[in-house]
Write a protein that binds this ligand. Structure first.
Ligand SMILES: [Zn+2]
Length: 191
């Protein structure tokens, strides 16, 4: 083998390693223009609270798309805009703003149980509001400094889709938090 061939071989090996490394990264890290987005490794999302939310909660979990294209195919354009692009539905337009039906609110993107109807209250803000999530593990909270505001973004801990924000102006006798959610991020499973 000449020196030239050896160098070429190494270069090709480097390329393969680089490609493998890129493939191992979450798809969202390739996309640009979404500075508020953060992807967590899936190993961080294992849930252990099955007893709390019932034995069948896992049956209704949807398979996780492997790419942004798959998310687009599964969700409506509005669901995709809010859930996968951290959008916000207009106030007082969502289907769950005034809902009082009893049941479980799941993530519309992946089926993860998020809120019980007992945690819902009428905040008057124009979006369905909850005092707490079904479990601290059900959601993940991220600092969100977009649009010149300091807010705490709420995402589904399983699929990392955007759900809304949590504010410290909820009912004081129930913990003081207002989980201000987009209806389009939720799916109510009535009891
Ligand atoms: Zn989800």
């Amino acid at each position: 083998m000449s020196r030239g061939e050896g160098a070429e071989l190494i270069a090709r090996k480097d390329q393969i390693m680089l490609r493998k490394w890129l493939q191992s990264m979450p798809a969202k890290m390739h996309s640009v223009g979404m500075p508020q987005e953060r992807t967590l490794p899936m190993s961080d999302t294992a849930r252990t609270d099955t007893a709390e939310i019932g034995a069948d909660w896992e049956d209704k979990l949807l398979p996780m798309p492997g790419s942004d294209e798959e998310w687009k195919a599964r969700l409506t354009p509005e669901e995709y805009r809010v859930l996968r692009r951290a959008g916000t539905e207009p106030a007082f337009t969502g289907e769950y703003v005034d809902t009082d039906e009893e049941g479980m609110y799941r993530c519309r993107a992946c089926g993860n149980p998020l809120f019980q109807s007992e945690m819902k209250y009428h905040s008057g803000c124009g979006w369905p509001s909850f005092t707490e999530a079904i479990s601290p593990d059900a959601v993940e909270l991220l600092d969100d400094n977009t649009y010149g505001m300091r807010r705490t973004e709420v995402r589904c801990s399983r699929c990392h889709s955007h759900l809304g924000h949590v504010f410290p102006d909820g009912p004081r006798d129930r913990g003081g938090k207002r989980y201000c959610m987009n209806s389009v991020s939720l799916n109510l499973e009535e009891r």
